[in-house]
Ligand binder design. Structure first.
Ligand code: BTN
Length: 276
């Protein structure tokens, strides 16, 4: 039986797998067979339908990643999920929201039975150095109004075999999927159960973040930070810098020790680990 038939996404099953209090906080749950990008689909909606609206597609034809990359989104086995969220108060700093979401996805993966995964700043979820999930947070705000954030999560659950061959996957970096990462001993939950875990964790985290800010997530960030203490290379538009990763600052910037007593924060860069 193909993965598509065995593991199709179903709104009733996602809702049934969620705790009633969390389920009540979701205003809409939309499942599409196909869309260009689930983030774009939420951004296109009228404002009154965006808040607490979770939208999933089995396939994306123009899935988007960070830094103008594309997110390879074949049908049948993965999760492409976006959640719209309008904050109640204006002026909440959202620069560290992508990090909060990364911690939240890691917690949901813990609950799915995975161990050993972590975050490569700012929000790549890796397992054994390979990409397992990606996060794209897009926000719209005018200073006087509460901001809208669209939180997009792409989780490789079971990459279809035809996409797993080198050269046909359209993915230019090492990647893995949850089925392979869990291995044969741990049962892979259905996509519906995994979506429920992600949504529960996200809805709780957003309330917590809104009330208490990033400080609340800092200890968990440290637990999942796979760069801390590592020699890294930062690629920026204006050049390349080497240093040692030293965690993140209050705005979610990556702290890098360039030389003794010279630690600087970076807010936008491509990071790779430097092996001697
Ligand atoms: C990255 O690592 O570059 C971020 C990838 C984010 C992919 C997800 S899939 C669901 C949502 N819709 C999109 O078009 N992108 C995000």
């Amino acid at each position: 039986m193909s993965a598509t038939i065995r593991d199709s996404l179903k709104a009733s099953l996602i809702r049934a797998s969620m705790a009633p209090e969390t389920r009540a906080r979701l205003s809409e749950l939309t499942l599409l067979q196909q869309t260009d990008s689930t983030n774009t689909a939420i951004l296109r909606m009228p404002p009154e339908r965006q808040h607490a609206h979770a939208l999933l597609a089995d396939r994306q034809t123009a899935g988007r990643g960070r830094r103008q990359r594309t997110w390879h989104s074949p049908p049948g086995g993965n999760i492409y999920l976006s959640l719209g969220w309008r904050f109640r108060k204006a002026g909440i700093p959202l620069s560290n929201l992508p990090l909060v979401v990364a911690v939240t996805v890691c917690r949901a993966l813990d609950r799915a039975g995975l161990r050993g995964h972590g975050i490569k700043w700012p929000n790549d979820i890796l397992f054994e150095g390979k990409k397992l999930a990606g996060i794209l947070v897009e926000s719209r705000s005018a200073s006087s109004e509460p901001a809208l954030a669209v939180i997009g999560i792409g989780l490789n659950v079971r990459m279809p075999p035809s996409d797993a061959h080198a050269g046909t996957s359209g993915i230019d970096r090492p990647w893995t999927d949850l089925g392979s990462a869990l291995g044969p001993e741990i049962d892979l939950k259905s996509r519906n159960q995994l979506v429920a875990l992600l949504l529960e964790a996200l809805l709780d985290a957003l309330e917590d973040f809104e009330q208490n800010g990033f400080d609340r997530f800092r200890p968990a960030w440290r637990d999942f930070d796979i760069l801390a203490g590592q020699k890294i290379i930062l690629e920026q538009d204006n050049g390349r810098i080497e240093g040692v990763a030293r965690g993140v600052d209050r705005d979610g910037g990556l702290l890098v020790e360039i030389a003794e007593s010279d630690v600087r924060a970076f807010h936008s860069a491509d990071v790779s680990v430097h092996y001697d």
